[in-house]
Design a protein around this ligand. Structure first.
Ligand SMILES: Nc1nc2ncc(COP(=O)(O)O)nc2c(=O)[nH]1
Length: 290
């Protein structure tokens, strides 16, 4: 039996999210090949249990994904992706958790919204399928609009910017305008600079250094650095371990700094570390009164 954490109407969960601190979005990859936890939660029961562990560790939102989007990852057919995530989304929504779905496929998003998903997290930057703006407008759900160029097979070759921050900003706001033109309310849109998507390590650091800028574009900002390759390179340059599972302290440091810079939420594997990092950032900013 799956425990009910908080019995409340599913949609209310979103409205009850804390407003006074950066939120922690826990990553739940129901995939075979995600770079740091691929294959561990491929069956629904393991995935649901891990989702509950993330909630217990302090995750405000659980981000359920059925297709790895790391560079070079295999494409997963939409039907297969939906078969992976729908049972997990349905079960976690029923426990009262706030659930986001990491998908670029409109039909997966539609089915998961119908099953009670609170947020659609789309890494495609609209490079993938038409129809997402219309779905988000029609359903009114919050939507993460992430910057990317190309797709997981081509994006590493597209990391050429005249001015990384200015170019990513312009391309994000152009996308935002397309969603608003399709009838999406601006307050539905959450921006994300897409760390690691068509960016090299130096460009990732440029984007992170401009977090206050991205947080001031009139939308909530989500930042995803967890265990990514650019953190590994940084640690390796210092002669430190760079295995993805050794990057959680560096990830938590980016969480604290992102929280101080105004990020609405961070997307992480190690929820407990970032939960604590958010509290430290709050206390730091309020002279310890938090
Ligand atoms: N909004 C958003 N979603 C994402 N989904 C997957 C990954 C890749 O990481 P994973 O393979 O660990 O899920 N990164 C992001 C990100 O940075 N932002």
């Amino acid at each position: 039996p799956i425990p009910v954490i908080r019995k409340r109407p599913a949609r209310a969960a979103w409205a009850e999210l804390p407003q006074d601190r950066t939120l922690v979005m826990g990553i739940l990859n129901v995939t075979a090949d995600s770079f740091s936890d691929g294959g561990r939660y491929l069956n629904a029961d393991d995935a649901i249990n891990h989702g509950l562990e993330l909630v217990r560790a302090g995750a405000d939102i659980i981000d359920v994904g059925g297709e790895s989007t790391r560079p070079g990852a295999d494409f997963v057919p939409q039907e297969e992706e939906l078969a992976r995530v729908l049972p997990v989304v349905t079960a976690l929504v029923a426990t009262g958790a706030v659930v986001s779905v990491d998908t670029t496929h409109v039909e997966t998003a539609r089915a998961c919204i119908k099953a009670g998903a609170h947020l659609i997290n789309d890494v495609s930057g609209l490079t993938h399928e038409p129809g997402m703006p219309e779905l988000i407008a029609e359903t009114g759900v919050p939507y993460v609009l992430m910057h990317r160029r190309g797709d997981q097979q081509s994006m590493d070759s597209l990391a050429d910017y005249a001015d990384t921050v200015a170019d990513v900003t312009a391309e994000l706001l152009q996308l935002r305008d397309r969603f608003v033109a399709a009838g999406v309310k601006p307050e539905q849109i959450i921006l994300d600079p897409g760390v690691g998507f068509a960016k090299n390590a130096a460009q990732n650091w440029e984007l992170l250094g401009a977090t206050e800028h991205f947080a001031s574009l009139g939308h909530r900002l989500l930042v995803g650095t967890s265990r990514k390759r650019f953190l590994g390179s940084l640690l390796q340059d210092q002669g430190l371990p760079s295995d993805p599972l050794d990057r959680d302290a560096a990830t938590a440091a980016t969480t604290a700094l992102g929280a101080r810079a105004g990020a609405w939420a961070v997307r992480v594997h190690d929820v407990a570390a970032s939960r604590d990092a958010v509290r430290v950032a709050s206390a730091w900013g309020q002279g310890g009164k938090a």
